[in-house]
Design a protein around this ligand. Structure first.
Ligand SMILES: Nc1ncnc2c1ncn2[C@@H]1O[C@H](COP(=O)(O)OP(=O)(O)OP(=O)(O)O)[C@@H](O)[C@H]1O
Ligand SMILES: Cc1ncc(CO)c(N)n1
Length: 267
């Protein structure tokens, strides 16, 4: 019997981030992936050249089509683009009593393009964060959510506590953009746990945030606890960055051949 995960996110035509990274991560981690696309981006390793938001009716219909037919063990949410999409997705997830929701608070692409309108951050806080089991902001996103700078471990702890107050059950503040080791902080409302790895000196990090949050969702879909799913996702993203590769002229993608490596005894 397959465990399943649904990604609700934007499409990246170059395959390194968004829906495409999510489905590759689900497959690599042995979970059957499904998708509801919120927006289409024309994107490659150098940047985003176009964005079309889908209308909320077809976004809602995709989510309904999946839930009305198939058991969904976990949901990963990525690019949402605007507040109407946020409200539609929230209402659909509440209606279907969705479990194991991992919210990656995607705001800006690595290349600098805005993937969430600034005026939609309030809707994210009000509607979707309270529905999330796990929220995975990077330093910039954490700072936009809480309204103060998040630049070090102490700020990350303060930010996690504020985001917890918004109604999420677990917060992982990602330290991928900190100097030094790549240290992420998990907060469950009582205690902080660190997940650290040596920083990998690679430019090929397109899609790291999407890959990491999808890997957490895959772990939850397989029945892991949040702590175990985050630990497994950290292992997975570290492998995926270690084997990231030059594709195109810019920032190359992460690598998703986990099962192959695993079976070969390499991971
Ligand atoms: N150079 C690196 N070496 C090791 N781990 C890294 C590196 N960069 C990021 N990570 C890890 O990758 C995961 C994703 O973190 P990151 O902070 O890059 O997310 P993000 O900024 O949301 O990504 P994106 O730009 O794709 O949205 C985290 O677990 C982080 O610690
Ligand atoms: C569609 C999409 N979602 C998320 C990201 C992550 O930054 C991206 N670059 N593109």
């Amino acid at each position: 019997m397959w465990n399943t995960a649904l990604t609700i996110a934007g499409s990246d035509s170059s395959g390194g981030a968004g829906i495409q990274a999510d489905l590759k991560s689900f497959a690599a981690l042995g979970v059957f992936g499904m998708s509801a696309i919120t927006a289409i981006t024309a994107q490659n390793t150098c940047g985003v050249t176009g964005i079309r938001e889908l209308d909320t009716e077809i976004i809602n219909d995709q989510i309904d089509a999946v839930f009305s037919d198939i058991r969904v063990d976990a949901v990963k949410i990525g690019m949402l683009s605007n507040s109407e999409i946020i409200k539609t997705v929230t209402a659909a997830l509440v209606r279907h009593k969705a479990r194991n929701i991992v919210l990656d608070t995607v705001m800006v692409a690595k290349s600098g393009s805005q993937l969430l309108k600034k005026d939609a951050i309030a809707a994210l806080k009000k509607h979707l964060i309270p529905q999330a089991l796990v929220v995975t902001p990077n330093l910039y996103e954490a700072s936009e959510l809480v309204g103060f700078e998040v630049n070090n471990q102490a700020d990350m702890k303060k930010a996690a506590a504020v985001i917890k107050e918004m109604g999420a059950q677990y917060i992982v503040v990602k330290g991928g953009h900190l100097p030094g080791s790549a240290c992420d902080l998990l907060y469950d409302g009582n205690k902080f746990s660190s997940f650290a790895n040596e920083r990998i000196d690679s430019v090929h990090t397109h899609g790291t945030g999407c890959t990491f949050s999808s890997a957490i969702a895959a772990g939850l879909a397989k029945g892991l606890s949040v702590e175990a799913a985050v630990a497994e996702a950290k292992r997975y993203i570290t492998m995926a960055i270690t084997h990231g590769f030059a594709l195109g002229k810019g920032i190359g993608p992460t690598h998703h051949f986990y099962e192959l490596y695993h079976r070969a005894g390499l991971y």
